[in-house]
Design a binder for this molecule. Structure first.
Ligand code: SAM
Length: 217
């Protein structure tokens, strides 16, 4: 049972951060109004879960700021029928949003403890349309490609070729790209053998580490 306080905090998050920040997709606003973000943050940080900031989730990683989660999800243009690939499961919060908005989610995390924790909470909340993998997400998930939408929630120096090639025709890939200090949030759209990239905002993410990302820690 959740308290009224969390519901009030979530309503304020939607109005004062998401709508004010330019998130317009009613499906995105509706699910972020109901998903209990406080269940995905570290113990002791629950009272900060709806504030306009990223929070630590352990292992040097973060759960992203609500507005950036809303903007990235909106850019995927999900209607409910899609197969979606997520790179960077992290806490599982973004995964829950995708699981509400699309048909089937494939999520990859490189840090085993984060993946296992996210898997536990997502099952507990009743999300059964999610497949989990512990691996280097810069290589994608070739066995189950192509995907209608791909979201990368860590920042790489460039857009991984493997991910571009695993998009369907008409598919969308959302990814932060740039240096380790600052990046642009890019949306890549595929039309047959043509990929068009648009930058939609500035952002700052943890590093995408892997074969087609940054090396090392
Ligand atoms: N979307 C997450 C959430 O809602 O909590 C936040 C993700 S956090 C900002 C980025 C995550 O990407 C981290 O958990 C990190 O370990 C993961 N990551 C970094 N490089 C990766 C890679 N090559 N493959 C899979 N996961 C990776």
């Amino acid at each position: 049972m959740e308290t009224l306080d969390y519901r009030v905090a979530r309503k304020r998050m939607v109005e004062e951060q998401l709508i004010a920040g330019g998130v317009r997709d009613p499906r995105v606003l509706k699910v972020m109004q109901v998903i209990p973000r406080h269940r995905f943050v570290e113990k002791g940080l629950e009272d900060q879960a709806y504030l306009d900031r990223p929070l630590t989730i352990g292992s040097g990683q973060t759960i992203s700021q609500p507005l950036i989660v809303g903007m990235m999800t909106q850019a995927l243009e999900l209607k409910g029928t899609e197969k979606v690939l997520e790179i960077g499961t992290g806490s599982g919060y973004q995964t829950a949003i995708l699981a509400e908005l699309a048909k089937k989610i494939y999520t990859i995390e490189r840090i085993p403890s984060l993946s296992l924790k996210a898997r536990k909470i997502l099952y507990r909340l009743g999300y059964y349309n999610v497949e989990f993998k512990i691996s280097d997400g810069t290589l994608g998930w070739p066995e189950d490609a192509p995907f209608d939408a791909i979201i990368v929630t860590a920042a790489g120096p460039e857009i991984p070729h493997a991910l571009k090639s695993q998009l369907t025709t008409g598919g969308r890939l959302v990814i932060p790209v740039g240096s380790s200090e600052s990046q642009k949030l890019c949306v890549v759209k595929r039309e047959k053998d043509k990929w068009t990239t648009t930058a939609i905002s500035e952002c700052r993410f943890v590093k995408l580490i892997g074969k087609e990302g940054w090396s090392g820690e």
